[in-house]
Design a protein around this ligand. Structure first.
Ligand SMILES: Nc1nc2c(c(=O)[nH]1)N[C@H]1C(S)=C(S)[C@@H](COP(=O)(O)O)O[C@H]1N2
Ligand SMILES: [Mo]
Length: 419
């Protein structure tokens, strides 16, 4: 039995455990394919500026993922250089798409089904916006335990499935208005042109608000890893909404629970007997100190603490830094433009006296949302801290807990999230 079949079988078994709980949600079985969590990585050295891994030639579509992590510690400002953008691909090869042949179709509950060529799209009114894209699985508790040296420094492999680019493209509202939404057209199903036809559901309200079909990334065409020739940008929402190699948009009247949504993107909760709640859409307030961070070395005296803060709800209004394990917090300087739903650079001047210390940052966004500690988050999600230490630790996505880095007396720095 090949892995496709066994995964399919597992899927059917789990699907049969699905129970409807009313219009707004469902509960699904807790066990997710372990394979879905496997990640492939690349060397992280600062000189290694190419982040492609060669596609595995001849590989059939399977559940294999390809993941590359952004070395957050290695660039300044807020824009991730395109070759360093993280990459999360649910099929084992990139689709090779001829942009001249590529078409985007909009159909379903519309007055006029439409087909757009790349040329058609580039004729239409455009926007360019700076936004982060962040995988829903970024910063997960499991990855803290990783010891694979190929994965780079901890800040990279723990938090590096988040990147920020200036994306350019056509507002989805322009395209949907052209097609004419029917009254009962309340959800979209978006489908990519990759082998697995990666698909995701999106409510029309968000689509009309600020989503766009992007063809540009930091002044260049999208990279193939980022969805060349077009992808959807869903600002502030979790990674999988941002469907790459976008090919079909079907307007429908209910959420579709596509395979990727139902199997990979719900969170099982011990306090619900291992069942999952409805999905999470928008990223909450989040930040991380990128430098100094675990694996680096401290020297006595002045050091600039720097990092990134962001929120799916809008702008970062404040970042606070603690150097004493969370007893005292002081405000950091926000450097450069503060853009809604984008990484914001923060800096903080510090003097290390050679003693043990714990440094961490917390983000407060314009809605007043305060980034929680790991203990607060665990409580909120129905876990205990001890649950994270168990071998069968719960699968957790949408992690935005404060990241503490411990500075040891010898100048070494370690990850203190679960220490
Ligand atoms: N077509 C397609 N779109 C996709 C995916 C995919 O595998 N195929 N992965 C999704 C997931 S899970 C994430 S986190 C983001 C990652 O975007 P990036 O690879 O450009 O960083 O793309 C989303 N869109
Ligand atoms: Mo993702």
């Amino acid at each position: 039995m090949d892995s496709n079949q066994s995964d399919r079988r597992r899927f059917l078994k789990q699907a049969s455990a699905t129970v409807a709980v009313g219009a707004a949600g469902f509960v699904a079985g807790a066990q997710l394919p372990a394979k879905a969590q496997q990640a492939e990585s690349q060397p992280a050295g600062t000189d290694e500026h190419v982040h492609r891994v060669p596609p595995r030639r001849g590989a059939r579509y399977s559940l294999d993922h390809m993941t590359h992590y952004t070395p957050l510690q290695d660039y300044a400002g807020i824009i991730t250089p395109a070759p360093l953008h993280f990459m999360q691909q649910h099929s084992s090869e990139y689709p090779e798409i001829d942009p001249k042949e590529h078409r985007l179709t909009i159909h379903g509950l519309v007055d006029r089904p439409l087909v757009f060529s790349m040329d058609d799209l580039k004729r239409l009114p455009s926007v360019s916006r700076i936004h982060f894209v962040e995988c829903h699985g970024n910063s997960s508790p499991a990855i803290h335990a990783s010891r694979d040296p190929k994965m780079g420094l901890p800040v990279q492999f723990i938090h590096g499935m988040a990147s920020t680019s200036e994306w350019a493209g056509v507002p989805l509202s322009v395209l949907l208005n052209e097609a004419g939404l029917k009254k009962n057209g309340t959800w979209l199903v978006l489908e990519g042109a990759d082998a697995g036809k990666f698909s995701h559901t999106l409510p029309v309200g968000k689509a009309l608000d600020d989503c766009f079909v992007a063809y540009g990334q930091n002044g260049e065409p999208l990279r193939v890893e980022q969805g060349f020739p077009i992808r959807l940008l869903v600002p502030g929402w979790e990674g999988p909404f941002n469907v790459k190699y976008l090919r079909h948009i079907k307007v429908v009247d209910e959420p579709y629970n596509t395979w990727n949504e139902s199997m990979n993107h719900s969170v099982s909760r011990p306090d619900l007997g291992g069942k999952a709640r409805w999905y999470h859409f928008q990223w909450a307030a989040k930040s991380v100190i990128t430098r100094p961070s675990a694996g680096m070395e401290m020297r006595k005296g002045y050091v600039q603490i720097t990092g990134l803060a962001w929120s799916g709800a809008g702008k970062v209004s404040k970042v606070e830094v603690s150097t004493d394990g969370g007893k005292n917090w002081r405000e950091a300087r926000l450097d450069g433009p503060v853009v809604p739903k984008a990484h914001t650079r923060f800096n903080y001047d510090w003097e290390w006296n050679g003693q043990e210390a714990m440094i961490q940052s917390r983000c407060i966004d314009e809605t007043g949302d305060v980034q929680p500690s790991m203990a607060e988050l665990a409580e909120h999600w129905g876990y205990t801290m001890a649950d994270w230490q168990k071998p069968e630790k719960p699968r957790a996505i949408h992690m935005n807990a404060i990241q503490p880095w411990k500075i040891n007396r010898d100048g070494s720095i370690s990850d203190a999230m679960f220490a």
